[in-house]
Design a protein around this ligand. Structure first.
Ligand code: GDG
Length: 735
C-alpha cells in the first residue's frame, strides 16, 4: 500500500514571515482537522498552494519554505499573482462559485480565466505526478481543482483517485449554462470515486453526466472510458470532541480567565436576564443570506414588537474574497443595513445588532456559541454549513435552539432543528418566536438527538468512510478485470483458435464493429472495417457472419457486393458469399398494422425519437431523446405493447436505446444455432453489445467464446470495453 496524497487549493498550514524567518503554522479549518486521521506521520503528503504568491515570497526565504512545509507533510504549488487572479479570484470564485450556488447573474464566463484555471489545474496535476508513486491513493478536494482527476488519470491510469466537492452541484438546468461544461464533467470523471455532501448534489451531477455526455449511468455508477466511476454522498461532519470539550472547559473557566468578549456577553445577560441572543456566523458571502437575515430580523421586530429591547442579534461576518466586486458590494449592503436597523430600533440601553466584521480566535467562537440561546443560520444556498453542527456540539447542557435554512446541506441531517426557507420572512419571524418560547424540555430532546448523530458521524468518520469507499472501489476493479478479455486470456483463446479445424465467428454490427450514428442509415462501414472484414472473409476454415438486427436492404447495399456472410433482422434473412438474401425463418408481418400507430403516437410525444421500419420488425429508437424522459417513455411503451400483443406471437426486445417488436420465433440465438448445426465447428466465437445479442450468448454451446462490448450485465463469458478494442481483437484472428 502506498501513501495518501491529499490535494486542495490551500495547504492545511499558513506561512508566517517575520524577522527574516519563516514558520508554518497549522490551520484550524474543518478540512485540516477532518483529514487528521488520513494525513498523519510519513504516510501522506498534502499538496496545495501556500497562500503566498511568487511575488510575495522573498527570494532569500524560498528554500526555507519547502523545509518548513515538509515538517507538516506538505508541499507547495507555486502560483504567481496573475495565476491566483485568473484561477482563484477569477474562474473559481467568479464563475464556478456563483453558478454552483445558483447565482447565475453573478457568473462571469471569461475565456482568459478559464485558460488560467486549466493551466493552474495542470500545475497541480504535475505536482501530484512528480511526487506520488503508482500505488498511492490520491484525494482531490473541491471546485478549484475539478480538472485535476482526469489530468492525473490520463498519465497514470492505474492510480486510485477520489474527488470531493465541498459546495453544491447545481441542477442540470443551471450547470448546462457553463460554456466549458463537458470539460468540467470529464475532468471530474478522471476520479474513481466522486463524493458530494448530499444525495441531491449527487443526483444533479449524474443527471448532467447523462444528459451532457450521454454516458451510461447505472444507479450510482458511471461507465466512462472503460472504467467505472462511482458517485456517492458523504455528509461532512465536524470534530465533535474538540467543540464539546472546548465548551466544557469554557464552562469551568474562572472569571479572571474569561475573554473580554465573554465579559461583555455576561454583563449584558446580567443586566437583562430574560433577554435572548441570536447568533449568526458566516464568511461574508452572498450565498450565506446575511442581508436577507437582517431584513428578516427587522420584520420580526415589527411583527413581534414585544421583543424589542429583549433580543439581540450577534453577527460575525468573516472577511472573504474582498477583491471580488460582489463581495465589496455585499459588505456595503450589510454595513448599511446594520446601520439602518440599529438606527431605527436602538434605545438608550439597547442596540439590536452587534456586528463584527472580522475573524475571531477559536476561543471567542466558543464564547459566542455557548452564550447564544439561538443560532440562526439562513444561507440561500450552502454545500453543508458546519457552523450549524458546531453550535449544537457546544451546547453541553443540551439547551439552545438552531434555526437553519432548508437550503443548507446540513439541513438534511438536522431535522430536529427549526428548518426554514430563507426567503419566507413570515415563517422566519414565527420560527424566532417559537425558538424564544421553546420549553427547555423540548430544546433538550431535540438537541440530544442531534448531538448523538453529530458525535457519531464526525469528520474523522467522514474522511475514513470516503477513503474506505475509494479503497473498495479499487479492490472491486479486479473483479471486472478477471472477466475482461485481458492479453493473457486472449492468448489462450488464440491458441484454441489456431488449433481448431473449423471455426465459426458471429459479429454484431452496430455498437460492436462500428459506433452509433444519430441516423442509422449513415453508420456505414469505414475503410478500415471493410479491409478487416475482407481479410476475415478470406480466412481458411473459417465462416464469419455479420449478425445484425438491421434491415436487409441496407446490408444488401453495403455488404452483398463484398460477398460477406450475413444474417439480418435478428435472424429472418441470410445471405452467403454475395448471393441475394433468403429467408431463414418464416415470419408473419400482419401485426405491424396494429403496432405502427402506437409507435407513431409515441414518436409524436417524445421529441428526438423515431421509428425504423424493417421487413419483419418495427423499432422505436430513443437515443436522441432526453435520457430520463426517453427511459420513462420506453417503460410506458413497454406496458402499452405488452397489453396489446398478449395474444400474438410477438416479442419486445429492449436494446440499447431502442425497442424492437418482432415475431417471437426469431432471434439471433436461434439463427446462430442453425448455422452452428450445419458443420462440425470446433471453435465458435460471438461478440455483440446489446440485449439482442444475449440470445446468442445464451444459446450457443458452453465452449463458445462469447464477448460483450461494454460493461453491462451479460450472459457472455468475457467483456471488452470499446469498439476500438473489438477491432484490435479481431485483427489478431487475421494475423
Ligand atoms: C465550504 C462550503 C461546507 C468561521 N468564522 C470563524 C471561524 N469559522 C469557521 C467555522 C466553520 C468554518 O469556518 C465555516 O465553515 P462552513 O461550512 O460554515 O462554510 P464555508 O467556509 O463556506 O465552507 C460549506 C464546507 O466548505 C465544508 O465542506 O460546509 O457549505 O461553503 O468551521 O467554525 N473560525 C474561527 N474564527 C472565525 O471567525 N476560528
Amino acid at each position: 500500500m502506498g501513501k495518501t496524497i491529499i490535494i486542495s487549493n490551500r495547504l492545511p498550514v499558513q506561512l508566517q514571515i517575520g524577522n527574516g524567518d519563516i514558520h508554518a503554522v497549522p490551520s484550524v479549518g474543518g478540512l485540516a482537522t477532518g483529514m487528521k486521521s488520513v494525513h498523519k506521520g510519513g504516510e501522506s503528503l498534502w499538496i496545495g498552494w501556500s497562500g503566498l504568491t511568487d511575488e510575495e515570497i522573498p527570494g532569500e526565504l524560498a528554500p526555507k519554505i519547502d523545509k518548513a512545509l515538509a515538517e507538516h507533510g506538505s508541499s507547495k504549488v507555486n502560483l504567481s499573482q496573475e495565476e491566483v487572479d485568473g484561477f482563484y479570484f477569477g474562474f473559481s470564485n467568479r464563475t464556478i462559485w456563483p453558478l454552483f450556488h445558483y447565482f447565475m447573474e453573478y457568473s462571469e464566463f471569461k475565456l482568459t480565466s478559464w485558460n488560467t484555471y486549466k493551466a493552474v489545474n495542470r500545475k497541480f496535476a504535475d505536482a501530484i505526478l512528480e511526487q506520488s508513486g503508482p500505488d498511492d491513493i490520491i484525494w482531490v478536494h473541491d471546485y478549484q481543482l475539478m480538472l485535476v482527476p482526469q489530468m492525473v488519470k490520463a498519465e497514470r491510469p492505474d492510480s486510485s483517485i477520489g474527488f470531493f466537492l465541498h459546495i453544491p452541484f447545481p441542477s442540470y438546468e443551471i450547470f448546462r449554462t457553463l460554456p466549458w461544461r463537458e470539460e468540467i464533467l470529464k475532468g471530474l470523471l478522471g476520479a474513481d470515486l466522486i463524493g458530494f455532501h448530499t444525495y441531491d448534489y449527487e443526483r444533479h451531477f449524474l443527471s448532467s453526466v447523462r444528459r451532457l455526455l450521454r454516458l451510461e449511468v447505472s444507479f450510482n455508477e458511471i461507465y466512462f472510458d472503460d472504467r467505472v466511476v462511482k458517485v456517492d454522498s458523504f455528509p461532512m461532519g465536524i470534530d465533535y470532541q474538540k467543540f464539546s470539550q472546548a465548551a466544557r472547559d469554557h464552562a469551568k473557566m474562572s472569571k479572571k480567565d474569561q475573554s473580554e468578549l465573554q465579559r461583555r456577553l455576561n454583563s449584558h445577560k446580567e443586566s437583562a436576564p430574560d433577554a435572548r441572543f441570536f447568533l449568526s456566523i458566516d464568511r461574508l458571502d452572498y450565498t450565506k443570506g446575511i442581508a436577507k437575515r437582517l431584513n428578516a430580523f427587522e420584520y420580526f421586530l415589527n411583527k413581534y414588537p414585544q421583543y424589542k429591547e429583549k433580543v439581540r442579534l450577534i453577527i460575525l461576518a468573516v472577511p472573504s474574497r474582498s477583491n471580488v466586486p460582489q463581495y465589496q458590494l455585499l459588505k456595503k449592503e450589510v454595513d448599511e443595513l446594520v446601520g439602518r436597523i440599529n438606527g431605527e430600533f436602538s434605545t438608550v440601553s439597547w442596540t439590536p445588532i452587534w456586528y463584527f466584521y472580522r475573524s475571531m480566535p477559536f476561543e471567542n467562537l466558543i464564547d459566542l456559541y455557548t452564550s447564544s440561546d439561538i443560532a440562526w443560520l439562513t444561507p440561500i444556498r450552502d454545500g453543508m454549513n458546519l457552523v450549524a453542527k458546531e453550535y449544537i456540539a457546544t451546547r453541553t447542557d443540551q439547551t439552545g435552539v438552531l434555526i437553519l435554512s432548508e437550503m443548507a446541506g446540513s439541513a438534511y441531517e438536522m431535522n430536529e432543528a427549526l428548518l426554514i426557507n430563507p426567503n419566507n420572512f413570515e415563517q422566519i419571524a414565527d420560527a424566532l418566536y417559537k425558538a424564544i418560547n421553546m420549553p427547555e424540555e423540548e430544546q433538550k430532546s431535540r438537541n440530544k438527538i442531534l448531538q448523538k448523530r453529530l458525535a457519531r458521524y464526525n469528520v474523522e468518520k467522514w474522511a475514513n468512510d470516503f477513503m474506505q469507499a475509494l479503497t473498495d472501489q479499487r479492490e472491486k476493479d479486479p473483479a471486472y478485470v478477471t472477466r475482461r478479455l485481458s492479453v493473457d486470456l486472449m492468448n489462450t483463446i488464440l491458441r484454441d483458435y489456431r488449433a481448431a479445424k473449423k471455426r465459426l465467428l458471429f459479429l454484431d454490427y452496430d455498437g460492436t464493429l462500428t459506433g452509433f450514428h444519430n441516423d442509422p442509415q449513415k453508420a456505414g462501414p469505414d475503410e478500415a472495417l471493410i479491409e478487416m472484414l475482407d481479410k476475415l472473409k478470406s480466412l481458411e476454415n473459417t465462416d464469419t457472419f455479420i449478425i445484425s438486427g438491421r434491415d436487409k436492404d441496407t446490408f444488401t447495399r453495403w455488404f452483398v457486393p463484398r460477398k460477406y456472410n450475413m444474417i439480418v433482422e435478428h435472424g429472418v434473412w441470410i445471405s452467403r458469399g454475395g448471393e441475394a438474401f433468403k429467408q431463414l425463418e418464416n415470419v408473419k408481418k400482419d401485426w405491424m398494422e396494429k403496432i405502427r400507430p402506437v409507435l407513431e403516437s409515441f414518436v409524436d410525444r417524445t421529441p428526438g425519437s423515431f421509428i425504423e421500419e424493417k421487413n419483419y420488425s418495427l423499432a422505436w429508437h430513443y437515443r436522441q431523446t432526453d435520457p430520463d424522459f426517453g427511459q420513462k417513455r420506453a417503460t410506458e411503451l413497454d406496458t402499452v405493447l405488452r397489453s396489446l400483443i398478449a395474444n400474438d406471437d410477438l416479442s419486445i426486445l429492449n436494446g440499447n436505446k431502442v425497442m424492437e417488436i418482432k415475431s417471437s420465433n426469431v432471434n439471433k440465438g436461434r439463427a446462430a444455432m442453425r448455422i452452428f448445426a450445419e458443420d462440425d465447428y470446433d471453435f465458435v466465437f460471438a461478440i455483440g453489445d446489446d440485449w439482442t445479442d444475449e440470445f446468442m450468448f445464451q444459446e450457443l454451446p458452453d465452449q463458445a467464446v462469447t464477448v460483450k462490448v461494454g460493461r453491462q450485465k451479460t450472459q457472455a463469458k468475457y467483456y471488452i470495453d470499446s469498439i476500438k478494442n473489438v477491432r484490435e481483437l479481431l485483427s489478431r484472428f487475421i494475423n
